[in-house]
Design a binder for this molecule. Structure first.
Ligand code: ATP
Length: 326
């Protein structure tokens, strides 16, 4: 079976045999695209597509609906391995559209791995393998008919450390994802998009007079909002955020949290956070991950944030959210 990404990648993406432990299919080795793995992989063709509600869909491929801005994500019995080591065990989780789902749990329990599985970044690690399904509005993200670039375009990611492209200006940074995904647009459309995305990311007023200056010249919090703007430029339906405020001061953290509250109207957000106050402030739903010594990570409890923090069912959840361990 081959993945229909494009002719150049098809040979490399032939699915390999199951992993040695028999649990999950080993993932195809995808080469990280020259230091740009934290954004999006390049697309070798350059389709002309509308920018608003953009979804580059080619005949014969699975269609991602552009009618609704946000999408539901559902993990079904997802397990993950690095080599022979199983790090996640049969994770079931529904991440509802236009809601913020927080993934919480002690270090090493697999939160980031799970997040990276949701937009197929897990497979960038050569030894990585997984089993189970990830459904994006009902479409299997790992379906061979769905291009990996489309999956990552619709399911964007913001990382712990702000990573603007240092040689690019602020506006070029916002538009970088378009270039990588091969989307072409007129200058006036791009200018509008830069303003729209920077506004949504809560940064426009601070940078509108210096759009041609380097993105690296911004403060850490501004850089993180620039990265959010960059993710938004390709019109994702889901935004994955891996500890997006851990490198930021309290003021910048507050601004990012306000930005998330605004973005929630348009995108589904899944956030990994170690900050229990932040999880309570920003999320509608929470999933508590835990890996006991030598065992893979599991979800102990998931549900409305108010319930997990106010009236958890499992004693381990209560101990964790009240800071008794982890
Ligand atoms: N690239 C990798 N190669 C091998 N093992 C890995 C790799 N990435 C993560 N792991 C292992 O997988 C397990 C889960 O790691 P992961 O980073 O997903 O946990 P986490 O809950 O996000 O931790 P933290 O909160 O510290 O970021 C850990 O035992 C980790 O050592």
């Amino acid at each position: 079976m081959t993945l229909s990404i494009d002719d150049n990648e098809t040979a490399e993406l032939t699915l390999p045999p199951a992993s040695p432990n028999g649990g999950g299919a080993a993932l195809p080795p995808l080469s990280p695209p020259d230091g740009l793995t934290q954004l999006l992989p390049p697309v070798l063709e350059a389709p002309e597509v509308p920018l608003l509600g953009a979804a580059s869909i080619r005949p014969g491929e699975l269609e991602i609906s552009v009618d609704r801005p946000a999408a539901a994500l559902e993990a079904r019995s997802v397990s993950a391995w690095f080599g022979d080591r199983k790090v996640l065990d049969r994770i079931d989780l529904v991440m509802q559209p236009n809601r913020v789902t927080a993934l919480i749990g002690p270090s090493g329990c697999g939160k980031s791995t799970f997040l990276r599985i949701l937009n197929r970044m897990h497979e960038l690690v050569p030894s990585a393998a997984l089993a189970g399904e990830v459904l994006f509005d009902g479409i299997d993200v790992y379906d061979p008919e769905l291009r990996v670039t489309d999956a990552r375009k619709h399911i964007g990611m913001v990382f712990q450390k702000p990573n603007p492209f240092p040689a690019m200006s602020i506006s070029e940074n916002v538009l970088a994802g378009l270039a990588l995904t091969g989307i072409k647009a007129k200058k006036s459309v791009k200018d509008d998009l830069v303003e729209e995305c920077l506004t949504k990311a809560g940064l426009w007023n601070e940078v509108k007079d210096r759009l041609r200056q380097p993105g690296a010249g911004l403060s850490g919090g501004q850089q993180q909002r620039l990265c959010i703007a960059r993710s938004l430029a390709v019109k994702p339906k889901v935004l994955l955020m891996d500890e997006p405020c851990s490198a930021l001061d309290p003021t910048s953290t507050r601004v990012i949290e306000e930005t998330m509250a605004e973005l929630q109207r348009e995108v589904t957000i899944v956030i990994v956070t170690h900050n229990m106050q932040q999880a309570q402030r920003v999320s509608d739903h929470c999933a508590f991950f835990l890996a006991s010594a030598g065992t893979p990570g599991v979800i102990v409890e998931a549900g409305p944030t108010s319930k997990l923090f106010g009236n958890p069912e499992d004693q381990r959840t209560a101990d964790y959210v009240q800071g008794r361990f982890g």
